[in-house]
Design a protein around this ligand. Structure first.
Ligand code: ADP
Length: 501
């Protein structure tokens, strides 16, 4: 960027030039002193050689002008002191001519070098200013910035990253970036990088995703990660920008976006209204059924027994009870099947997002969320929103069950089963479920929580069964509960490619 010099810079340049002419005169003087000192040791035609250092000194500090001055002074002093008649001696005239040519050449080279070194100095100063500017921007943006090289080794770690992950830059620079991820990404990340470099298949690079990060103290948090790629010379670098979604403001903004996606939220709100309408609607068939029963009682006491009427009344009572059942079924259909859009979904990604969503607002709970997804598990045939709703519900239930537990670990896993089915499980280390409660767990309105509605698990069961799977609960051997459900898997790998195209 060309800049107009300030008056101070102009003054400094003039002073430097004056100093360079001073050096030229001084150096020529010193060389003359040597010449006098060594008088008689040289032939007349080589004495001028003694003045070459003066030329070099003048060229180094001032370029062409001072070198010419040093050359002229050298000639004048040399012949002024020893008499111009020496010019006539054999070879001296040629030496003078060579000396003049040398002076011009040294001056030109000096000028050129000075110019280059000035350009380099300016370039370095400019680069330093830009770097300081960039650094100050990076230090102030709330997003963390982490640069890694091709092998995944951390090259730079911004102050926001230090705040978010609890590591000091000096501790992590040079380490593998996987230290910032929970299992199983910790071990799989090198593979992801390698695959991208060899095949160009993108998972996060240039796309951005909601994933889980791990702090130095082992706690995990949801984060939004976007990664850019940079090629510098032969080397390739990746820059990750990380936004901590637990930070309230960001989380609220993100939540608002996600609410649009998660249709179930509005469905659940509607469910409240639906429940009161349903109570009203149910009242009718139930009252009617009760009246038929009472009528039957009256008929039973009459002699002789009118069996036909009795049978008719019992039949009508049963019809009313069935109508009540239909009303309840309608409610379940409304909540679960609504606008089911079943498609081929990436199960690990679906579960990661559900986990990250469940972690929003759970920062104070100190829960540690980990994944254990079998690499063979990839695609399932499912309605993404509905299955995320089930996973989210199970993870939230798990978190709530661990409020009083010393160990707060949630493990979300998936493994392939026979016949193309996939099993997903959510294990917690909470208070567990007694055998009595376990029996009615999936019944609607069964809850042990003060503010619970008791419909989460019943809806989850309807959703999973509508997908052709099943859901059940097991005790966690180490304490706590494991909820498991199955889904139909999709085996054909090509399907995934066609989705990415
Ligand atoms: P809600 O959470 O509104 O109570 P749910 O249908 O999701 O409704 O859960 C029903 C009940 O099942 C809960 O009230 C709780 O008693 C029990 N429960 C669910 N998940 C767990 C779990 N992971 N650990 C222990 N109990 C659980």
């Amino acid at each position: 960027m060309p800049q107009t010099p300030t008056p101070r810079e102009i003054r400094r340049t003039r002073l430097n030039q004056a100093a360079a002419y001073g050096v030229a005169i001084g150096a020529a003087g010193i060389c003359l002193a040597f010449r006098l000192l060594l008088d008689g040791q040289f032939r007349g035609d080589v004495v001028l050689l003694l003045f070459v250092p003066a030329l070099l000194a003048a060229a180094a500090v001032g370029g062409l002008g001072p070198t010419l001055l040093a050359g002229a002074i050298s000639l004048l002093l040399s012949f002024g002191v020893f008499g111009f008649q020496t010019l006539g001696e054999p070879g001296v005239a040629v030496t003078v001519a060579v000396f003049i040519a040398l002076t011009v050449a040294i001056g030109l080279v000096g000028s050129r070098l000075l110019h280059s070194s000035r350009t380099i100095r300016e370039f370095v100063a400019d680069a330093q200013t830009r770097e300081a500017h960039l650094q100050s921007i990076l230090d102030t943006v709330p997003d963390a910035m982490i640069v890694i090289d091709e092998r995944g080794l951390i090259q730079s770690f911004s102050s926001a990253a230090e705040r978010q992950f609890g590591w000091v830059a000096a501790e992590v620079i040079g380490k593998n970036v996987s230290v910032l991820m929970p299992a199983p990404y910790r071990t799989a990340h090198d593979g992801y990088l390698g695959r991208y470099i060899t095949t160009g298949e993108r998972r996060i690079i240039g796309i951005g995703r909601v994933v889980v990060g791990e702090r130095k103290d082992g706690t995990t948090f949801p984060m939004e990660l976007s990664v850019g790629e940079m090629i510098s010379g032969q080397a390739r670098y990746f820059t990750g920008f990380v936004r901590d979604l637990t930070e309230r403001q960001a989380a609220e903004r993100r939540l608002q976006d996600l609410q649009g996606e998660l249709v179930h939220v509005s469905r659940l709100t509607a469910l409240g209204e639906m429940a009161s309408a349903m109570a009203h609607e149910l009242n009718q068939p139930l009252t009617a059924a009760a009246s038929f029963m009472k009528g039957c009682l009256v008929l039973l006491k009459r002699k002789p027994l009118d069996e036909d009427r009795l049978a008719d009344m019992i039949g009508q009572g049963a019809d009313q009870a069935l109508r009540a059942g239909q009303i309840i079924r309608r409610l379940r259909d409304f909540v679960s099947k609504g606008e089911a859009e079943r498609g081929i979904e990436n199960l690990p990604q679906l579960l990661e997002e559900a986990g990250a969503l469940a972690m929003i607002g759970a920062r104070d709970r100190n829960v540690r969320l980990r994944y254990d997804i079998d690499p063979q598990v990839k695609l399932v045939l499912a309605d993404k929103v509905q299955i995320q709703q089930v996973a989210l519900n199970l993870i939230r239930n798990g978190m709530e069950a661990m409020d009083e537990s010393p160990r707060k670990d949630i493990l979300v896993g998936a493994r392939p089963l026979a016949e193309d089915m996939v099993e997903v499980y959510v294990a917690d280390t909470g208070h567990g479920i007694g055998p009595e409660a376990a029996r009615q767990l999936f019944q609607p309105f069964m809850t042990t929580k003060a503010n619970g509605m008791g419909i989460g698990l019943s809806i989850s069961r309807t959703i999973i069964e509508a997908h052709g799977g099943r859901i059940w609960v097991d005790p966690n051997p180490g304490g706590g509960t494991i909820f498991r459900f199955t889904l139909p898997g999709v085996r054909d790998e090509e399907l995934m490619d066609s989705q990415h195209d």
